[in-house]
Write a protein that binds this ligand. Structure first.
Ligand SMILES: Cc1cc2nc3c(=O)[nH]c(=O)nc-3n(C[C@H](O)[C@H](O)[C@H](O)COP(=O)(O)OP(=O)(O)OC[C@H]3O[C@@H](n4cnc5c(N)ncnc54)[C@H](O)[C@@H]3O)c2cc1C
Length: 311
């Protein structure tokens, strides 16, 4: 492939980078181009380059909520690094965190600064950017989620390369949903508001959360967490899948976890097709048995996200 030069991007872009290691499912073919901007200036160069050359662009966080096709992605995958991982406390109650900062690190930082309300993040292996895009949270529809404590984000507009602030209530969050990706913006950083509490009480709550997660979920296997959202007004998605008799069901190297039916495990050999077929099978079986539609929480790349069509 002819090497492309991205003006003002200070390092060599990488070509044909395998994406599987950049995801928790460990599935996914190569990205045509993989870049790791460390500053706003580098991000601006990459975005302008993508726009001018009509190359689709996808921003990846920790890859913990995506299924990437084995064919890979015919575009630029952006992984924010460097200054995008910084965390700082503002006026005791607020924390500003870069989009690439991991949610558990944000929770730890909040605890060290005696700020509660971040505890739910302790076991979610995503970044601040991915957490906002997916409105990550725990405990189903009624549990705490990122939008509950988010005040505002700094957004990078992919269409214009402009940078502006968006307040949380302008973003129309709902359960595991935000308008971030729809609006063609990349989250650069975000401000969250906590409330003062003792270090010990925060630590205690985090321990309870982690213990509960260890009991419920197959945490030490290659997964992307919950595959489906909790259906409206109904029981949890895992209940339907379990009662439809699908626990432990396998297609190729993908298996519906015996521990939690809403999680799909890659045994190390699963293809993206195996996982997609298992997802389809769960949806069809649950619908035919209960009349309930299971909506996916995990994102398919490239199927669900392709900024190029809108730039
Ligand atoms: C073991 C395990 C446990 C999990 N537990 C939970 C849980 O309890 N609750 C929960 O809600 N989720 C959970 N998840 C799913 C996942 O961790 C969350 O959805 C997380 O918020 C995804 O963040 P990420 O950085 O990995 O995003 P990615 O998977 O990399 O990307 C997801 C989406 O976010 C977008 N995105 C990423 N960064 C940015 C950015 N800077 N700007 C704009 N868009 C961006 C991507 O383009 C993509 O559309 C779990 C996953 C695993 C593997």
């Amino acid at each position: 492939m002819n090497k492309l030069v991205i003006p003002n991007y200070n390092r060599e872009p990488h070509y044909g980078v395998k994406l599987a290691p950049h995801t928790t499912w460990k599935i996914g073919g190569p990205a045509k181009i993989f870049v790791t901007p460390r500053t706003k200036e580098e991000l601006t160069s990459v975005a302008s380059f993508a726009r001018i050359n009509s190359i689709p662009l996808f921003v990846i966080g920790n890859g913990s909520n995506i299924l990437i096709d084995d064919q890979g992605y015919e575009g630029i995958v952006v992984s924010l690094q460097g200054s995008f991982s910084e965390i700082s406390v503002i006026n005791r109650e607020y924390i500003k965190a870069g989009a690439a900062c991991l949610l558990p690190n944000l929770a730890i930082s909040a605890r060290k600064n005696h700020l509660s309300k971040f505890e739910f993040m302790i076991g979610i292996p995503g970044t601040v950017g991915g957490g906002i895009a997916c409105n990550a949270g725990i405990g189903g529809v009624n549990g705490p989620s990122v939008s509950d404590i988010l005040e505002a984000i700094t957004a990078f507009d992919l269409r214009s390369s402009s940078i502006y602030t968006v307040s949380a209530n302008e973003m129309h969050f709902s359960y595991r949903y935000s308008e971030v990706n729809k609006n063609n913006i990349i989250v650069i950083d975000a401000v969250f508001k906590g409330s003062t509490a003792s270090y010990e009480s925060i630590k205690k709550r985090e321990r309870e959360i982690l213990k509960n997660r260890q009991i419920k979920f197959p945490l030490y296997q290659a997964t992307a967490g919950s595959v489906f959202k909790q259906p409206e007004g109904g029981k949890p998605a895992g209940w339907y899948i379990d009662n439809a008799g699908l626990k432990g069901y396998k297609i190729g190297g993908a298996e519906i976890s015996k521990k939690h039916a809403n999680w799909i495990i890659n045994d190390g050999t699963a293809t993206s097709r195996d996982v997609m077929e298992l997802i389809k099978l769960a949806q069809e079986t649950v619908f035919s048995k209960y009349g309930v539609h299971l909506e996916r929480e995990v994102i398919f790349l490239p199927q669900d996200r392709d900024y190029s069509s809108e730039i």
